[in-house]
Design a protein. Structure first.
Length: 369
C-alpha cells in the first residue's frame, strides 16, 4: 500500500492495540508510517505487547474505557488526527459465562470514547477538524446467522444472537448515531473471523494447534458443520487502513476473506480442524495422525450456523482484496504457533487459562452474569 496515511495524519490513537488485531494495526503503523501511535488498552487477560516491542513512536496509555475520566484524559494526551477503535471484549464463550463485562467494555466503553472524541474533535482547528476520522471496527456476528445460501452485506439487518454480538451491535449503533446527531466523521467496518500469529490461544485455530501439539483431545463443537468466513489478520489490517483513511464518511464496509486468489474463504469448523491436523501431520509427524484427537463436545449455546461476507463494496470503492488464501494463511499460522509455544504458555499462564472449555451454560445461572 502506498501513502498509508494521508498528509496531516500524524497522530493515531488505536484502542485495543495490545490485542490481536489492534496489535497488528500498531505494528503496521510503526513499520510503514512516521506517525506517533498512542495505544489505549486496559491490558486485560488477552493483552500482550510482545509483538510490538520498544519503539519511540509508540506510547501505551493503560486505560479502561469504562472509566470516562481516564478515557477523556487519554484522548487529550493523544491529541489524535485518527482514532481506530478496536478495544472490545470479543470471545463469545466468555460472553455466555459473564455478559456484564461485555456490556461494560463494548457498550459503555464505546460511549465514553465517543464522548471524549467528540469533545476533542469539536475543539480542533478547522484544518485538523476537516481531516479527522473515527474508525469503528466491528464484527459480522452482529448480523446473526445465515442459512446455506447468501452473504452478509452492508444492508443486512442486524440480528445478534450472543451477548458478545449484541454488545457490538449496540456499539455500532452508537457510532452511527454520533455521526448523524453530532456530525462526528466516522467510518465503520464489520469483519469475518480473523486468524493469524499472536492471537490469544482461546479462539478455534490456536486452540486446535496447541491441543494437537500437546497430543490432547481437540474439542469440536456439535456436529462441526458451523461455517465461518476466515480472514487473515494482515489482510484485515490492509482493509482497515484503507477504510479509515479513504472510506466514505458515515458508511460501513464489510470485510471478508474471499478474494482473487481463487480459493473460497468459507470453511466448516470440522474442515478447519481437519486442515490443521493435516498440517500437523506434516510438521510434527511423530504425533500423526492428529485427526485421532478430534473429540465432539456439546455445542455452544446459541451457536450461529453460518457467516459469510460479501466484500464487493470495499473492493469496488477502495480497491481492497485479501492477499492470502486460507491455505496460505493457515499454513503460516500453524508454523508460527509451533515456533512460539513458549509465548503461548506465558500468555496462558498470565491469564489463568490453560485451554479449558468455557461458555457451556446460560449466563443467568452464573455468578458473574
Amino acid at each position: 500500500m502506498t501513502d498509508l496515511l494521508p498528509a496531516g495524519i500524524d497522530r493515531v490513537l488505536v484502542t485495543g492495540g495490545a490485542g490481536f488485531i489492534g496489535g497488528a494495526v500498531v505494528r503496521r503503523l510503526l513499520r510503514d508510517t512516521t506517525a506517533a501511535v498512542f495505544n489505549l488498552d486496559k491490558v486485560g487477560y488477552a493483552s500482550d505487547l510482545t509483538s510490538i516491542g520498544p519503539n519511540p513512536r509508540h506510547q501505551l496509555l493503560k486505560v479502561d474505557l469504562a472509566d470516562a475520566a481516564a478515557t477523556a484524559e487519554a484522548v487529550r494526551v493523544a491529541d489524535p488526527d485518527l482514532v481506530m477503535h478496536l478495544a472490545a471484549e470479543s470471545h463469545v464463550d466468555r460472553s455466555i459465562d459473564g455478559p456484564g463485562a461485555f456490556i461494560e467494555s463494548n457498550v459503555t466503553g464505546s460511549f465514553n470514547l465517543l464522548q471524549a472524541v467528540r469533545t476533542h474533535w469539536e475543539a480542533l482547528a478547522s484544518e485538523r477538524q476537516e481531516r479527522f476520522r473515527f474508525h469503528h471496527i466491528s464484527t459480522d456476528e452482529v448480523f446473526g446467522s445465515l442459512g446455506p445460501e447468501g452473504r452478509f452485506s452492508e444492508t443486512t439487518p442486524y440480528d445478534p444472537r450472543s451477548p458478545y454480538s449484541a454488545s457490538k451491535a449496540a456499539s455500532d449503533h452508537l457510532v452511527s448515531a454520533w455521526h448523524h446527531t453530532y456530525g462526528l466523521p466516522v467510518v465503520l467496518t464489520n469483519c469475518s473471523n480473523n486468524y493469524g500469529p499472536w492471537q490469544f490461544p482461546e479462539k478455534l485455530i490456536p486452540v486446535v494447534i496447541l491441543k494437537a501439539a500437546a497430543g490432547e483431545p481437540i474439542p469440536l463443537y456439535g456436529d462441526g458443520a458451523n461455517v465461518r468466513d476466515w480472514l487473515y489478520v494482515e489482510d484485515h489490517v490492509e482493509a482497515l487502513l484503507l477504510a479509515a483513511t479513504r472510506g466514505r464518511l458515515g458508511q460501513s464496509y464489510c470485510v471478508g476473506g474471499a478474494g482473487d486468489h481463487g480459493s473460497p474463504s468459507e470453511r466448516t469448523n470440522k474442515q478447519v480442524v481437519e486442515a490443521i491436523c493435516s498440517l500437523m501431520d506434516q510438521l510434527r509427524p511423530e504425533g500423526a495422525p492428529h485427526g485421532r484427537l478430534i473429540t465432539p463436545v456439546t455445542d455452544r449455546p446459541g451457536h450461529d450456523r453460518r457467516y459469510a461476507i460479501d466484500a464487493a463494496k470495499i473492493t469496488s470503492e477502495l480497491g481492497w482484496r485479501p492477499g492470502h488464501s486460507f491455505e496460505e494463511g493457515l499454513g503460516a499460522t500453524v508454523r508460527w504457533y509451533l515456533d512460539n509455544l513458549a509465548w503461548c504458555g506465558r500468555v496462558q499462564a498470565q491469564a489463568g487459562y490453560q485451554g479449558q472449555r468455557i461458555g457451556t451454560r446460560a449466563a443467568a445461572s452464573h455468578p458473574s452474569a
